[in-house]
Design a protein. Sequence first.
Length: 438
Amino acid sequence: MNLPFVLRGIDSGREYDPREIRYRGEDGELLEVVHSKTGRPVSRKTLQERRMSHDPIDVSGVWRYRELVLPLPYRHIIVKPEGNTNLYPAGSLENSGYNRIGRYAGVENLYLKHEGENPTGSFKDRGMTAGISMAHYLGATAVACASTGNTSASLASYAAQAGMKCFVFIPAGKISYSKLAQAIAYGAVTIQIDGDFDAAMQLVEEVCISLKVYLLNSVNPFRIEGQKTIGIELIHQLNWDVPDWIVLPGGNLGNTAALGKGLSELFQRGYISRLPRVATIQAHGASPFYRSFKSGFSEFTPMQANTIASAIRIGNPVSYKKAKQTIEFTNGLVETVTDAEIMDAKAVIDRAGIGCEPASATTLAGIRKLQNAGTIRKSDRVAAILTGHVLKDPAAIADFHEGKLPGTDPVLRNTVQHAQPTLASVREIITRVLNDTV
Ligand code: F0G
């Protein structure tokens, strides 16, 4: 059966049959999915009605948009369901504890889309449900990825659900134990590589081609199709009223690529009549995309990456070219923030009762920086994507609150108190806190 989409090389425009297993074009270029149907394949009304349905395929915040994502025969769809993540209003004018986030950012209308609320605790589940479903359609029995932790946790879970063998390649000693624990628990064969993520990424592509294992990193264009739904669902939640900015972290740049593709399709198909500006925020020590942006995208040089935000410790992002298109198409920008700025911003998000992992907090740190520079205006409507759950990196939380991270703001610390098992000892702590004006 023919599928209603093809694969196309992003540079050459050469087309490939999606039933053929390939991750890149003949000359190594990235591929993208091009849908045959143009216009609006599904109405906004139907999309809204699907929110009321109990069918997992409608309930999923990915497959609800299936005509725009990956129109596959239903029997191949591996759904949890995923998506439907909360969009927290956190602007400075908000009448709740969340407003401390907006105050920190200096923005009146701020929304946080919490992708850490996905089934395995990160935004990766959106791309993974699409990727694993395509793997199922293609008859794959074994899948693999390289990862800084979240992709591997997600793939391991979906592979278990689909009954496939799963191999994950992770940089030894460089990912959070919570994420490693997920991959192990979900039964993936976990292979630690003596090298960084970029080395693991290169290796896994080679391994998959040589050993006939299906590759599910975001170089796989079907992953990007599912990943697009963060932006689609976000704008749907805002009742199709497009924000001025969408801000997200950048590592391997699959998410920036996907966001741009989704927005561009919503625009071309007439679901929205204007585009938000996309701002990708990188950690200062892992910022090859930012450096390239600063050169007007005239050059791109991979770098040795280092940052406390281990999810985005990536120096040679695979989706660079697609992400560049996103920034250009949306009149967007790329910014960097320091590790101390990331961890301070994370403490603010955490303290409001929302919480996220370090990489996600680049968004708030970036918005604050861009607002201070006058690029983002106080009155702009800004949506930030929080990519991972607060429990993804407890070690970073402990280090921050124990004051082990140089340059972070001591005022944001919440030190664990110690007491004797006596009323007097505890009274001293409680009285001090109750008298505290902060
Ligand atoms: N935030 C989190 C929590 C991530 O795990 C990642 C990437 C990103 C942001 C960056 O997104 O790569 O699409 O630009 N994690 C990948 C992984 C690399 O292996 O889990 P990106």
